[in-house]
Write a protein that binds this ligand. Structure first.
Ligand SMILES: *[C@@H]1O[C@H](CO)[C@@H](O)[C@H](O)[C@H]1NC(C)=O
Ligand SMILES: *[C@@H]1O[C@H](CO)[C@@H](O)[C@H](O)[C@H]1NC(C)=O
Ligand SMILES: *[C@@H]1O[C@H](CO)[C@@H](O)[C@H](O)[C@H]1NC(C)=O
Ligand SMILES: *[C@@H]1O[C@H](CO)[C@@H](O)[C@H](O)[C@H]1NC(C)=O
Ligand SMILES: *[C@@H]1O[C@H](CO)[C@@H](O)[C@H](O)[C@H]1NC(C)=O
Ligand SMILES: *[C@@H]1O[C@H](CO)[C@@H](O)[C@H](O)[C@H]1NC(C)=O
Ligand SMILES: *[C@@H]1O[C@H](CO)[C@@H](O)[C@H](O)[C@H]1NC(C)=O
Ligand SMILES: *[C@@H]1O[C@H](CO)[C@@H](O)[C@H](O)[C@H]1NC(C)=O
Ligand SMILES: *[C@@H]1O[C@H](CO)[C@@H](O)[C@H](O)[C@H]1NC(C)=O
Ligand SMILES: *[C@@H]1O[C@H](CO)[C@@H](O)[C@H](O)[C@H]1NC(C)=O
Ligand SMILES: *[C@@H]1O[C@H](CO)[C@@H](O)[C@H](O)[C@H]1NC(C)=O
Length: 836
């Protein structure tokens, strides 16, 4: 049997000695309330709720009498699956990467039935193991090392008729692919022992960078030896062994020449891989060394080998072993003065996943692929299609009816396209009764209401679920009807680069502080300063320009605000919301990386701060107003629970290269409980000039506070003036406007830099819309979707004028005046805003 030995120093060892970050970790406390997280008191591992990885099952708490101080918090809640035979968690991982996946189960009598269940545990379509709980307090841990063959992984619980499946925690750890290698199979953990441990402590993160869990183990026939201090040298081999594990070791007692270790598998047909970790921890003096040979069940296995002071060596089998008993003997060489030593042992058995996952196909990951045109009808042939993500492309036309006829379809993501018409009602029905997870948001011209035939095309974005709710994909299917067009190749490649750095995709949002230093060239270029810190310009490695918002250390309330912003942004997507590239949460360094917006913020444009910023035309202003209003409409009405921005202002409305508005800065956002439409907030937050007077007095916050502030934004768009006009009296824009409104002269109100180049009707309508947003009493203010509808009318009027104007110019050549009359007719029809 061939063995391999990995010697320290042989490979370039860049062991991450200070690699205490949790990038590459996904840690889930199953059943915990959605949106919550915490750092485990012992390990400091950040556990998050499982809500974004699964959409089935119910969350339960274990019986209170089983709760105790010593019980890890992640065991106190479970997610149970009383319905369905197979329920799955879905993780978006990176193909080709190696992960340690750990699932933890403690029944805890959560259902008060006192019947510990037994059920199946699956990885993708294959059985991984079975889970059998003995009693309420029994804790079962299943661990597998697995190379991703697709970009998705599904951990599934299967009801085998022996009780309701449930799960307490799920942990995924990205491993270096160079370790725990096998021919093809996955490795299921049998045991992992910290040999010679003098304490009763299990060791894991932060001692172990990979968060392997090492159990203390020793025997009375062994002599304990240990180093008095933990040396980092002890982890200096590709397995990055925890120094604390390697510090303690055993040698045989009483001058015996051999060290024996026995393991009895529960199944003699299981094929095992053995990993033994050695390092000398005693100073043996000049010429002292340990030479020994390893025997397995009496047969020569490996050797002779020697162990050097503080030099970790890992010996592992290249081929599997099996039997009713595995006996390892470490036998001292005849010429060696010292007996063998052993610091740690791992045993894994092989899980051959026979049913190799169907080829990863386009079917599951057509997202962001630059697809355009209509959905091909050949898709209708794919009757067993379960998962279809066409999000973030440029698909047009109607959403075809045949999609609702695909019998097994469980997830359909059409968001971020240019679909028109209405969503087939059968799809909506299936989405409502829960048999389909449907996302259609971000299709500005798509109607999702049941009654779509009313002419007024008010767009109401609906989001089936803002969490990434993915449903099990048993069979990925090849979609031959769709052709990829990688127009966005550069962007995609830059994304891939990040993943090559060894991040989990769902975590690739995280940057380290040193990466931010690189990106911003040591925070050289300040783009702006906000309430919570400064914004810096920078570039990613691939040249993508970014804006990095760093939270100021002094910012007292900052931490809370930062977290809510980062968490919100990762969950909320809309084409008029500033896209988040990632964030950094490293101790006191907290930052957010946004896509850079070439045209800065709206305030700069209105004030003409940038020297070479051209004056925004009336039509551009209206388009910006519509875009921004749609973002707020989405936050208020498209998100469940609704999100109140709380800091709506022109400097938070960014403009991209095409002057499309993107709303930024969710720093003050809070999820609103949907039961009560108002919440009492702990402190008044916001920017002077935009503060809802009612909120200011009562501290009562609702969506109408955003509507008020947005009204001020609209007035700024009209007048070009800031919310508070500087001067010795610091006049509020509304107060500045009121006397001029009474005068009835629109030109005295509209930004003079437009030189009268606007449709007065449209201007009045915009002023009217803005003024409707700012009454003191919030009940009198419209909702955001009303505002959106009104703004669209303003825009249409202006576009009509522009169209007529250009037509009239064309027709002037042919001396036709028909259209210029039309133009006059529009311009003359000037009306005053209604008093409200
Ligand atoms: C279950 O989840 C809901 C929503 O996330 C939460 O409000 C509730 O407290 C949770 N229940 C338990 C028992 O954890
Ligand atoms: C529960 O089962 C485990 C595993 O069989 C056992 O070690 C433990 O003693 C049992 N606890 C109780 C309270 O029965
Ligand atoms: C380990 O646990 C045993 C049994 O609970 C206890 O007797 C012993 O003192 C513990 N040892 C240490 C070092 O904590
Ligand atoms: C994986 O291990 C190899 C060998 O030790 C090392 O060269 C490489 O840098 C490691 N990769 C990562 C991502 O840590
Ligand atoms: C170890 O040595 C001691 C003292 O020499 C003796 O009493 C004991 O029986 C020996 N144990 C074994 C396992 O040989
Ligand atoms: C024992 O170890 C020493 C030091 O590594 C080495 O020089 C020697 O060749 C080894 N002896 C055998 C028999 O392997
Ligand atoms: C070591 O010594 C034993 C007993 O004296 C002997 O049987 C064996 O052949 C020796 N091994 C070597 C490699 O010399
Ligand atoms: C949509 O695609 C574009 C271009 O490929 C990319 O920049 C953007 O991040 C994608 N958005 C989402 C939400 O995936
Ligand atoms: C649909 O795709 C968009 C963009 O890629 C993503 O943000 C959203 O979370 C997806 N929705 C679901 C339900 O998967
Ligand atoms: C959901 O609605 C669709 C269409 O009405 C129906 O075919 C399907 O059986 C329903 N599923 C469930 C679980 O009610
Ligand atoms: C898996 O994801 C990586 C990174 O996003 C991407 O480059 C690759 O094309 C994906 N694989 C498939 C088959 O979609």
């Amino acid at each position: 049997m061939e063995m391999l030995v990995v010697l320290a120093g042989f490979l370039a060892l860049t062991a991450t000695v200070d690699g205490q970050d949790q990038s590459g970790f996904i840690s889930i406390d199953c059943g915990m309330a959605e949106g919550t997280d915490y750092n485990d008191a012992t390990t400091s591992i950040l556990y998050t709720s499982d809500a974004q990885f699964i959409d089935t099952g119910t969350n339960k708490s274990i019986s209170p009498d089983l709760e105790s101080e010593n019980l890890p918090k992640y065991l106190s809640s479970v997610r149970a699956f009383p319905e369905g035979l197979k329920n799955c968690y879905t993780f978006k991982l990176v193909q080709g990467n190696k992960y340690l996946i750990r699932s933890v189960f403690m029944y805890g009598n959560y259902d008060s039935k006192n019947q510990a269940p037994e059920f199946g545990l699956y990885l993708n379509a294959d059985e991984w193991d079975s889970v059998k709980l003995e009693n309420s307090s029994d804790v079962v841990v299943k661990e597998i090392i697995h190379v991703q063959e697709t970009n998705y992984s599904h951990v599934c619980l299967v009801n085998t008729g022996l009780g309701t499946p449930f799960i307490s925690a799920l942990e995924l750890r990205l491993l270096n692919s160079t370790i725990y290698k096998t021919q093809s199979a996955s490795l299921v953990l049998a045991t992992r022992l910290d040999i010679g441990s003098t304490s009763n402590d299990t060791i894991r993160f932060k001692d172990d960078d990979y968060d392997r869990i090492w159990k203390p183990y020793t025997s009375s026939s062994w002599e304990l030896v240990s180093l008095r201090y933990a040396s980092d040298l002890l982890s200096a081999n590709p397995f990055i062994l925890p120094p604390r594990v390697m510090t303690t070791a055993v040698t045989p007692k009483n001058g015996s020449r051999s060290l024996e270790l026995q393991y009895d598998p529960d199944d003699a047909t299981k094929q095992f891989y053995v990993y033994m970790h050695f390092a000398e921890v005693e100073e043996l003096g000049d010429g002292g060394y340990r030479n020994f040979t390893i025997l397995l069940n009496g047969d020569f296995w490996y050797g002779p080998m020697s162990v050097q002071y503080l030099s970790p060596v890992t010996v592992y089998s290249q081929y599997t072993v099996s039997g009713t008993s595995l006996e390892l003997s470490l036998v001292q060489a005849n010429d060696s003065k010292f007996p063998p030593i052993l610091n740690a042992v791992e045993l894994y058995w092989v899980k051959e996943f026979l049913q190799s996952p169907t080829e990863q196909s386009d079917g599951e990951d057509l997202s962001s692929s630059g697809l355009s045109g209509k959905i091909d009808s050949s898709l209708s042939n794919l009757e067993s299609l379960q998962y279809l993500d066409l999000s973030n492309n440029s698909l047009t036309g109607e959403v075809p009816d045949f999609l609702s006829q695909l019998p097994l379809l469980k997830t359909l993501n059409l968001s971020g396209n240019e679909f028109t018409g209405s969503v087939p009602s059968l799809l909506i029905q299936r989405s409502k009764n829960g048999s389909l997870s449907l996302s259609v948001d971000g299709n500005p011209n798509l109607c999702v209401m049941a009654s779509c035939n009313n002419k007024k095309s008010v767009v109401i974005p609906v989001i089936a679920s803002i969490a990434v709710v993915l449903v099990l994909l048993i069979a990925f299917l090849i979609l031959w009807g769709l052709k990829r067009r990688r127009q966005q190749r550069q962007v995609l490649e830059s994304k891939a680069n990040y993943e090559e750095d060894g991040r989990l995709e769902s975590k690739n949002l995280q940057f380290t502080y040193s990466e931010l230093v690189n990106i911003t060239n040591n925070f050289q270029k300040v783009l702006g300063k906000g309430g919570f810190g400064s914004v810096y310009g920078g570039y990613l490695n691939d040249g993508t320009q970014v804006a990095v918002k760093m939270l100021s250390e002094q910012s007292a309330q900052g931490f809370k605000e930062f977290r809510s912003e980062a968490q919100l942004l990762t969950k909320v997507h809309h084409r008029n919301l500033a896209p988040l590239i990632g964030y950094c949460n490293e101790g006191r360094y907290k930052g957010i990386v946004y896509e850079y917006m070439a045209n800065g913020n709206l305030r700069e444009h209105l004030s003409g701060a940038g020297k070479d910023t051209p004056v925004l035309s009336w039509e551009q202003r209206l388009q910006i107003a519509v875009d921004a209003a749609q973002a707020f409409e989405y936050l208020h009405e498209g998100c469940k629970p609704p999100i109140i921005h709380r800091d709506v202002k022109t400097s938070n409305i960014l403009l991209d290269g095409k002057l499309q508005a993107k709303v930024a800065d969710f720093g003050l956002s809070r999820f609103m409980p949907s039961e009560s439409r108002t919440i009492v907030s702990t402190q008044v937050a916001g920017t002077p000039g935009y503060l809802d007077p009612e909120y200011y007095i009562s501290n009562n916050l609702n969506e109408k506070s955003d509507v008020y502030a947005f009204g001020i934004v609209l007035l700024e768009l009209v007048t070009g003036h800031p919310a508070i006009i500087p001067g010795h009296e610091n006049t509020h824009l509304v107060d500045w406007l009121s006397p001029r409104l009474a005068g009835g002269e629109i030109r005295s109100i509209v930004d003079s830099r437009l030189n009268g180049d606007f449709n007065p009707n449209s201007a009045w309508k915009l002023v009217e819309t803005a003024m409707a947003c700012v009454p003191r009493s919030s009940i009198q203010r419209p909702t955001m979707s009303q505002v959106v509808a009104d703004l669209k009318e303003c825009l249409q009027m202006e576009m009509h004028r522009n169209k007529s104007a250009s037509q009239s110019r064309t027709y002037q050549d042919t001396a036709s005046s028909a259209n210029s009359i039309d133009l006059f007719a529009v311009e003359l029809d000037v009306s005053m805003p209604h008093a409200r």
